[in-house]
Ligand binder design. Structure first.
Ligand code: C2E
Ligand code: MG
Ligand code: MG
Ligand code: MG
Length: 288
């Protein structure tokens, strides 16, 4: 088929690829200066106890407002930052800023930070986390690190030992996007996870699909069997939350309970102040 489409198609394709490569290089370059230029900021999304409805903590999510291009999705720039190594500097900045913020919250509220496997596998990661906790005064028990399962397979032995050292600091480790990787089950056995986050793609098709319901139920059963709490990501409707409550899922997160927003939007919870209406516009959060 490719042949019958002729040379023109090939050239078009090649040209398109060229643009993508150039785009990538530009973004890679801009990423290195994004923090210094003040283009990065953090938003927070509540994590909820399904049984009580209480907010138990927040996941911090990185946002890049490019000076010329406007907002750029982390799904696009995080992989570029990982490849170029910029994630090391950016990730440390995220952790420090978020821990400083969380240190001022009332005690039971926890902070969840996404960490790239590139960071986990880099030298001195544990030391860096330790320093940030010390400098910001956040108790390790209030910090949870979220790691996407597939990311660790590049060096399982090193990842394993680093995760153990992190846990020795007193923090918890959540397996992010559970179910989307290729060896979720064996990863649960290999790494010392404290929590499972079911990927939002499962939750969003729970409505009406008996098959998806069965999958979510079995992940919840797996969590119970292993003694690990399960958090459901991407909860958007009351029906989804009801299903999760019926199935005794411990925790949930999603637009239904709260969109990612600057921390000021949650002032009532974090500082007993008045919440401001600062949630992100609907657009970017929905185009995942
Ligand atoms: P993630 O850690 O799995 O985060 C969940 C993503 O789902 C976030 O997208 C969040 O905004 C979005 N989301 C939350 N609730 C809902 C919902 O109800 N419906 C839908 N459709 N989406 C929902 P976001 O912020 O674009 O981040 C995408 C991914 O980028 C994250 O997935 C995480 O893997 C990565 N990421 C974000 N911030 C950081 C960071 O600071 N460091 C690292 N290493 N990765 C990050
Ligand atoms: Mg996450
Ligand atoms: Mg996730
Ligand atoms: Mg994800």
């Amino acid at each position: 088929k490719a042949k019958s489409e002729g040379r023109g198609t090939y050239r078009f394709f090649e040209a398109k690829l060229g643009i993508q490569v150039r785009e990538r290089r530009l973004l890679e370059h801009d990423l290195r200066h994004a923090i210094a230029r003040g283009e990065m900021h953090l938003v927070y999304q509540p994590q909820t106890d399904v049984r009580t409805g209480a907010t138990t903590g927040f996941e911090v999510l990185l946002r890049w407002q490019h000076a010329e291009r406007g907002p750029i999705s982390p799904a696009l720039f995080i992989p570029i930052a990982e490849e170029s190594g910029a994630i090391l500097q950016i990730g440390e900045w995220v952790l420090r800023e978020a821990c400083r913020e969380a240190a001022g919250w009332p005690n039971p509220l926890a902070l969840a930070v996404n960490v790239s496997a590139v960071q986990v596998l880099a030298p001195h990661f544990v030391q860096m986390v330790h320093e940030v906790l010390f400098q910001t005064g956040l108790a390790a028990a209030r910090l949870e690190i979220e790691i996407t399962e597939t990311a660790l397979i590049r060096d399982p032995a090193r990842a394993q030992s680093t995760l153990r050292q992190l846990k020795a600091l007193g923090l918890r480790i959540a397996m992010d996007d559970f179910g989307t990787g290729y060896s979720s089950l064996s990863n649960l056995r290999t790494y010392p996870f404290d929590k499972i986050k079911i990927d939002g793609s499962f939750i969003r098709s729970v409505d009406g699909s008996e098959q998806t319901k069965a999958i979510v139920r079995s992940v919840l059963g797996l969590g119970r069997g292993l003694g690990l709490p399960v958090l459901a990501e991407g909860v958007e409707t009351a029906a989804e939350l009801r299903f999760l409550a019926e199935e005794q899922c411990e925790a949930a997160q999603g637009y239904l309970m709260g969109r990612p927003a600057p921390i000021e939007a949650f002032a009532q919870l974090t500082h007993g102040g008045r919440a401001r209406d600062a949630a992100e516009p609907r657009g970017p959060e929905e185009s995942r």
